[in-house]
Design a protein around this ligand. Structure first.
Ligand SMILES: NC(=O)c1ccc[n+]([C@@H]2O[C@H](COP(=O)([O-])OP(=O)(O)OC[C@H]3O[C@@H](n4cnc5c(N)ncnc54)[C@H](O)[C@@H]3O)[C@@H](O)[C@H]2O)c1
Length: 272
């Protein structure tokens, strides 16, 4: 993609948590679309690629502030991605997220794309969504303290948008993995290529405002409403049906949390 094609040449994305699983999919895929990538993480991975690397902690305002120089868009992924003790969640996911939004405003970075999760709605029952999709305007029902921290992150994004005019998209990521690992992930699978498509669309769309979208592929059994993302330019190309054969006959006990709830076994997760 070049400047002539209206692409992102010369535009820089800062990815916090760029060394992690989702970060690795995004930093490689978005670089391939012409974005200049800078990553802020606690560590530099074995495969750093062409990205600029800043080693630092998102809970350290000076490290986050320094990483924001000459950035056009922030993708904030860094934090704890599973259930943990509340003190750890509070520090990494809530304090860290506030520092990222605050530093973006101070540095004049116009847009932050925030990694939320499907676990903000994990306590909805799966059986409720046989004939309809779950919209982004229905109340949150977090299944973990981890999910609670992401509800707070979405609220922080709303506050920074309304108070400071920051453009914010909260992406409720499903299961962003090369392949679904469980029957439940057939519903929530977010292929790495679709993740790149969605984050590229959200980074590129001219006017963003404050948005919440589901980060899920076009899975036939998806319960999440993908229309909010589609309205912002997301065109998923993948779906989990090619993996469905693997899980045939594994419907499970309807009272098993993994079957009963959208959040599956996160509803029984304990710290660590
Ligand atoms: N992987 C998924 O399917 C999925 C699903 C829903 C939401 N998410 C969200 O996406 C984000 C990334 O998830 P992931 O699966 O890639 O996790 P991951 O654990 O693989 O990566 C997280 C990265 O963040 C870094 N990090 C952690 N704390 C940090 C801190 N205080 N300062 C700087 N860097 C820090 C880690 O070193 C790591 O490289 C998380 O916010 C997670 O909640 C992921």
């Amino acid at each position: 993609m070049t400047e002539d094609s209206g692409g992102p040449a010369g535009r820089r994305i800062l990815i916090t948590g760029g060394a992690g699983g989702v970060g690795t999919f995004l930093r490689t895929g978005l670089a391939g679309l012409g974005w200049t990538i800078r990553c802020l993480d606690l560590r530099i991975p074995d495969d750093p690629g062409d990205a600029e690397w800043v080693v630092g902690d998102v809970t350290d305002p000076s490290a986050v502030g320094a990483a924001m120089a000459d950035v056009d868009v922030v993708i904030h992924l860094a934090g704890i991605p599973v259930e943990d003790h509340f003190a750890a969640i509070l520090h990494a996911n809530i304090d860290g997220t506030r520092h990222v939004f605050e530093a973006a405003v101070r540095a004049g970075v116009p847009r932050v794309l925030y990694a939320s999760t499907n676990h903000v709605v994990g306590y909805y029952e799966r059986s409720t969504f046989t004939n309809r999709r779950l919209g982004i305007d229905e109340r949150t029902r977090p299944d973990t303290l981890y999910g609670v921290s992401k509800v707070v992150g979405e609220a922080l994004g709303s506050y920074y948008h309304d108070r400071h005019g920051l453009e914010v998209a909260c992406v409720r990521i499903g299961a962003c993995l090369p392949e679904p690992r469980t029957r439940r992930m057939l519903d929530t699978w977010f292929s790495p290529a679709d993740a790149v498509r969605l984050f590229h669309a959200l980074a590129s769309v001219p006017d963003l405002g404050y948005e919440i979208v589901y980060g899920v592929s076009a899975n036939p059994t998806a319960w999440a409403d993908l229309e909010p993302g589609r309205r912002l330019g997301y065109e998923p190309q993948d779906d989990s049906s090619v993996f469905a054969q693997r899980f045939l006959g594994r419907q499970g006990d309807p009272d098993d949390p993994e079957v009963r709830y959208l959040g599956g076994d996160f509803t029984t997760a304990v710290p660590g």
